[in-house]
Ligand binder design. Structure first.
Ligand code: DLZ
Length: 219
């Protein structure tokens, strides 16, 4: 029977041309590891190649917004550098061809254009991330710390995705107990309505692929 809650059946997409970043906090490591693995499993099941999933970590969830912003910016710089290097190599070979008399000016101009994602080689894509998944687990303690961090990180991640235009998938668990976190990471020891343990990381991987593909269509 279909569940009332949750995202429903994941839409199927071809993620083979996508490049996805994962930034995760290290606090509550057992759950984090399971959630990262769940995300990667879903990404790969939708065709994203292992070499096109790039993972970075930060100490805690509070660090996620800045880390996602800079991690995405670094992937843009890498993409530009790679396109320029490719262009220079093409120009050099174009000049060689010109000296040899075989290349036209149009060929030379064409070689200066950055490669579209579809033209990149499948192994190790070089374009900026199509989506970034931010993963953290905040567990409520005795003080107001949880509330402040949860709110700041939530707003921070939303701001990064609206400022950059890159989908930032919200992989922040804000749980009241460790058992609630275990359940949502698909691990034994979980409690509550989700005790049977659905790994939410899988939903985040699917969301990253869907948004990565749709964002290209909306460009
Ligand atoms: C300090 C702290 C606490 C108490 N709890 C958590 C948590 O449950 N989950 C998490 O991801 N991070 C926690 N942190 C660390 C903060 O997010 C942050 O790394 C530090 O305050 C340093 O900025």
């Amino acid at each position: 029977m279909a569940s009332l809650k949750g995202p429903g059946a994941a839409e199927k997409h071809d993620g083979s041309k996508l490049r996805v970043g994962i930034v995760h906090a290290r606090w509550n490591t057992t759950m984090i590891e399971a959630l990262v693995e769940g995300s990667k499993k879903a990404l790969k099941s939708q065709g994203v190649k292992e070499e096109n999933i790039v993972v970075e970590s930060v100490p805690g969830s509070y660090e996620l917004p800045l880390a996602v912003q800079r991690f995405y910016a670094a992937s843009q710089v890498q993409a530009t550098t790679s396109a320029v290097a490719g262009g220079v190599a093409s120009v050099a070979s174009g000049i060689g061809d010109l000296l040899g008399g075989s290349a036209s000016q149009t060929d030379l101009q064409g070689s200066l254009q950055p490669k579209a994602p579809e033209q990149e080689s499948d192994a190790g894509l070089k374009h900026a991330f199509d989506a970034v998944i931010a993963i953290g687990v905040l567990i409520k303690g005795e003080t107001m710390h949880f509330e402040y961090i949860a709110e700041a990180v939530t707003h921070g991640l939303m701001r990064v995705q609206l400022d950059t235009g890159v989908p930032v998938i919200f992989g922040l668990l804000t749980v009241l107990t460790e058992e609630q976190g275990l359940a949502r990471a698909g691990l034994p020891g979980g409690s509550g309505k989700e005790a049977k343990g659905h790994n939410h990381g899988e939903d985040w991987g699917n969301a990253a692929v869907e948004l990565g593909i749709k964002r290209r269509l909306w460009a």
